[in-house]
Structures are given as C-alpha cells and as structure tokens.
Design a binder for this molecule. Sequence first.
Ligand SMILES: Nc1ncnc2c1ncn2[C@@H]1O[C@H](COP(=O)(O)OP(=O)(O)OP(=O)(O)O)[C@@H](O)[C@H]1O
Length: 372
Amino acid sequence: MASRTVIELDSVRKSFGSGTVAVEGLSLSVREHEVLALVGPSGCGKSTTLRMVNRLVEPTSGRILLDGEDVTTTDPVALRRRIGYVIQNVGLFPHRTVEANIATVPGLLGWDRRRTRARVAELLDLVGLPAATYAKRYPHELSGGERQRIGVARALATDPPVLLMDEPFGAVDPEFRRHLQTEFQRIQQETGTTVILVTHDIDEAARLGDRIAVLSRGGRLEQVASPLAVLAHPASERVRDFIGDGAASRMLSLARVQSADLDGADRIVQPAPAPVRLGARLTDAFEAVAALPASAMGRVPVVGESGDVVGSLTADGILGALRRAADAAAQEPANGVPGDADGAAGSGGAGATSATGATADADDAAVTDAAS
Ligand SMILES: Nc1ncnc2c1ncn2[C@@H]1O[C@H](COP(=O)(O)OP(=O)(O)OP(=O)(O)O)[C@@H](O)[C@H]1O
C-alpha cells in the first residue's frame, strides 16, 4: 500500500520581509498519484506553501524535495516544466487561440507541429471541449468554466507528473463548479497525476482529496488524514472549527453501503419500494429511506451489481454504517504521513537562514518561465 513520496516538505518556514510568518515548521509528504487537499482559513499560508513547491516563493528555511531532489537547487524553469500549475482565473494569453495557449510549452520544448497538434486535440478531448469547436477560439470567446478547463489542459500539456492547483474552481458558480470537480476527478484518475489542491472549501476537499491537510494560521499543520478521518476525528479544536457544522452529513456522502449494514431481504414489505445499490453513498441511501411511504416500514431493498436483491436497509443500518466508517477512519495511522511519527505540528523552530522573499507577480512567472 505504501506508495512513493513525490513531494516532501521538511520543516519548511516562510517569513516575509514584513515580518509575517506565513508558514512555520511545516512537514508534509505527498504520495505518488494522490490528491492532497490543502485547506484552512483565509491567510493560513496555503498559497504560500503551494508556491514554494514550484519556487515562485523561496522558503526561508527547511527543505522541499521533489522526487528526492531539493527544489531550491533545481533550475526554476526546468522545475516548472515538471510541475503543472493551475490558478483561479487561469491567466490564458488573451491574443493566442486556445490551441496556441495549450501548445505554449510543447512549442518551446521544440515539439514538431504534428505532435503538438495531436496533443492539443487529445487534451481538449480530455477536458471535454472538442478541438473542432474550440481550438481556434480566443479566451474572450470562452465562458469562465471553459477558460478554467483550458487552463487545466495547458497545465497538463507536457504530461507533468505533478500538478499544483490553487482554488482552481473558485471563480465558477456552484453548480458548474460541481461539474468541473467531477471532470477533474475523471482526468486525475485517467492521468494518475499527483496533485496538491488548495481550497478553502472543506466540501471540495472532502470530495476531491485522497487526504486532507488542515492548516491553521501561520501555516501550522493541524491534521493530515483521509477526509473521513478528518471529519469523524478532528485532531484539534481548530480543525473542528474549520469543519464547522455538518460533519455527519459530509461523512454520509463519503461512506458507502456495505453488506455488513444490511438486514435480510425477507423483511422487505411488499410491494417493494425502489431499491438502492450496494456501494451507494450513504447520502443516497438516507434519501431513499427518508422518501419511503409509511407502508414500507422504513425499509429499503438493496440490490447487488447484477440487480438481485441482496438485503434490506433501515435508518439504523445507515447509522451503523456511519459508525463503522468513523471507526475504520480512527484506525488510520496518526496524521497519515509516512515517517512523520511526531504528528501534527511538524518539528518547527528551525532558524531562519535566508529570506529571499516572493517572486514579483509570481503566477505569471510560472507560466512564462515554464514557457521560456
Ligand atoms: N508576498 C507577500 N508579502 C508579505 N506577506 C505575504 C505575501 N504573500 C502572502 N503573505 C502573507 O502570508 C500569509 C499567508 O498568505 P497565503 O496567501 O499563503 O494564505 P492563504 O491561506 O492562501 O489565503 P487565502 O485563502 O486567503 O488565499 C498572509 O498573512 C499573507 O498576508
């Protein structure tokens, strides 16, 4: 199960010239192919953390390793070609077509036209915007959501093993946001890219993250664990505050109906109500039970993959499933970080060795540097 660590932050600290300590003693590992959601209240150091990984911001002290290599000694331009970067309001080049935007880095890496064109078509397909319709458009001819998807396509152009995403769905309305999240999930599963996703939205983090790292002010790591573990067993009062109300309902959408939660099929009252599937989200099962007519006696049939009825489920069964999920989450290793035995707060306290400050207009630099 233990997968390779791709990104490792080791006692990373960042203080700005103004005296603000944005990140303090942060230690965190990101595993290959995982989506690590970085969450926390506004100003807690999420973006600064992300930008230190691709050297848009230089750490004051501590080490950041990419595939075991210290990023601070890696040429930033080469580094950014290995790391895709997606930000809110993506910053597409306004006078270049969609095709030219996506082809920016391949072009500068000297790919020939045929290869570039094929890759652009493939990426447009991947993000659900057919090349025939979209390749020749300019950014101003796209909706906000479409621009966002082109931003993702551009970041993936040279198939970087790592993708950093800073509030990538922040600028779109809630309904379309959900659609983009689903699409992102599909793309990530297809490509296997390792992702750090910054969001202030715990629901987005729970939905998309394989693990969630919760930061508090000053970039302090409060907890890093699976979404279920964070929701069911917040490691501190700050995590609890950040999650706010509704942890149980969020857990319902993460946990699934399993055989262990079922009673016998013989207890189903006829005529049988519409069934739920084994493996369905508890939210869906809960809605099905809540919508039952009185005659069903609170019991919904459950069907297996073949459509055969395999048992029945009640509200008690759903509660049991929720407890089981919470118990299983409690069995996770503390903080879920391989080799990070001492847990939440990281080691901290490393002395400042240099203070190089942030790159001016860093987000643009990420794109133009990667392209230069
Ligand atoms: N270039 C900078 N110079 C001085 N202070 C900075 C700079 N960049 C960030 N900070 C400060 O560092 C702290 C962390 O900022 P950061 O943008 O990383 O937080 P965040 O968690 O991403 O916030 P948000 O969710 O609001 O985007 C804040 O107090 C911010 O004001």
